[in-house]
Ligand binder design. Structure first.
Ligand code: MN
Length: 228
């Protein structure tokens, strides 16, 4: 037997200091994981804990890419995020065990069709069209965990055309990285190749064609994209 057509190419992310690639299995995302961002989205972080949504694996985009302005939106937003890359299968683990299942960390951008996301939110519908669209998950090269001194602290920032739009610290996350991995592992069997976008700090905003976007997480790495 053979496939009736060629399978889609395996999505992947570069690894810092290596020629090898990290093959992407799934992309999980955390919503409202920074209190100031939850408030700017009109929500009370003290009353509503963070939550999860997903993007398709082939939404991943390499660092340095030019990305066409997304279709079907008039309000494409950037969201700068720390990304966690899973190393090994895990299920129902506690936060203390999370570290041994983490391959590394990267800087990523959760591109969002804000108009579609908010319309869905208002109607109590799924977020997929607002979040899980083509080329919605730019991800910088992964820094292996052994080379990251402190994945719990570090500046996270994003600039559009050289102007700072987001500036915070990953220590401000409501759910820490170990808590996120533990929580997700209660809902899914996490697998090597799973990326987790851990949420964005305050300062999200719109992009337009011609914008140059750069961001970084201190001690981990950066990401650059152009909107065309
Ligand atoms: Mn996000």
């Amino acid at each position: 037997m053979s496939y009736i057509f060629d399978p889609a190419p395996q999505p992947s992310v570069a690894i810092q200091g290596s020629e090898d690639l990290y093959p992407v299995h799934r992309i999980y995302c955390v919503g409202r994981n920074y209190a100031a961002h939850a408030r700017e989205m009109g929500r009370d972080p003290d009353r509503e804990p963070p939550f999860f949504f997903m993007k398709p694996a082939d939404a991943v985009v390499a660092d340095g890419s030019d990305i066409p302005y997304a279709k079907a939106t008039e309000n494409l937003h950037y969201e700068m995020e720390l990304v966690v890359a899973i190393a090994s299968p895990c299920e129902d683990i506690g936060p203390d065990a999370a570290k041994e299942h983490i391959f590394g960390y990267a800087a990523g951008i959760d591109l969002t069709r804000r108009d579609l996301q908010l319309a869905a939110r208002e109607k109590g519908r799924p977020w997929d069209t607002g979040k899980g669209f083509d080329r919605s998950a730019p991800c910088g090269a992964i820094r292996p965990a052994g080379q990251v001194e402190d994945p719990g602290h570090g500046a996270i920032w994003l600039k559009v055309n050289g102007e700072v739009r987001q500036s915070a610290d990953i220590a401000d996350m409501i759910w820490s990285v170990p808590e996120i991995v533990a929580e997700l592992s209660r809902l899914y069997r996490l697998m090597p190749g799973d990326l987790i976008y851990t949420g964005t700090p305050a300062g999200v905003g719109p992009l337009k064609p011609g914008d140059r976007v750069e961001g970084a997480v201190e001690g981990i790495g950066g990401i650059h994209i152009g909107i065309v």
